[in-house]
Ligand binder design. Sequence first.
Ligand code: NDP
Length: 336
Amino acid sequence: MNSSQEREFRAIRVEEVAAGKFDQLLVKRHLRDLPSNPLLLRVSYSSLNYKDAMSAFGNRSITREYPHTPGIDAVGSVLEDQSGKFTPGTELLVTGYDLGMNTPGGLAEVTAVPSEWALPLPEGLSARESMALGTAGLTAALCVDRLLEAGAMPEDGEVLVSGATGGVGSIAVALLAKLGFRVAAVTGKLEAADFLAELGAWKVLDRDTLAPFANKAMAKPLWAWAVDTVGGETLFNVVKSLAYGGGVAACGMASGAQFHANVFPFILRGISLLGVDSVELPVEKKAAVWQKLAGPWYIGDKLKLIAEDISLEQAPEFLARLHRGHGIGRYVVNMA
Ligand code: NDP
């Protein structure tokens, strides 16, 4: 890095202030504090994802060492790229890989990453819109892709989305509705039913609707397909209540990583459990999904309802909200 090493920028820094107690502070950093990765980005927008909340509250399966700057998403312009791949001023998008996990992340005005993690901001999306979508939008789109590849069609019946008011959930609701699916949005926040209806949900159901299925080997077939962002027991309750030949795109663990299962839905109804990863996906595949989000799957009107701008100063407060499962939609961190 040959830019002035003394250049100052603002960043969120998570510190372990006592054993197991983590604080999130807005601090000044210098370019010399960043890792020696070739691509230096002036971040204009970042966003908050559940994983950032886990990192901000000391989850060591996400971030091994503190102090640390979280932020798994960033968009911004190139300050310099020592790899020669990108020219200064180009607007680039970075989501996932190690960004914000053990590499200082996007909750900072400058970040330094390997060039191969970045892709040009797709035409048709503004920098802000790309972060209104962010990893959550990419993941929701991958879930929808997975269902379509498995043969999902609107006439099959309802598609359940769990954790529907969350980042991935709300974008999945909007995308599926845009593609003509009847979406059953399952949420712990019935007070947000109008929001979900505006995104295009066909019906809004309380999270507790699924709870009685826990005592059964199988439940009545209620949905053709599903996107599960919640994991834990919810995931298998969803599997049990899918109709013959259906499948669930499983991407999340907001309620937990473990679930108890039996084989009956798989061997008696041919249900498919479709895993979705948006983090380590090759950058070319990410780019192809971003092209869909910028083109045929563009949901700009819904993003106005889903995403709210916050400042870098406000990021700690909103990370705490996500950590408690109290977030609604998406939070765009505006550093433009
Ligand atoms: P958010 O915090 O925005 O949303 C999570 C939502 O899940 C909450 O808003 C809530 O929605 C619901 N929820 C929270 N706690 C519980 C609980 N105990 N029981 C049931 N539902 C709960 O998170 P994101 O949308 O950013 O991420 C969602 C999940 O997807 C996370 O687990 C995240 O780690 C995962 N993820 C995975 C990716 C991948 O590549 N596989 C990429 C991105 C995210 P409501 O109140 O409406 O029920």
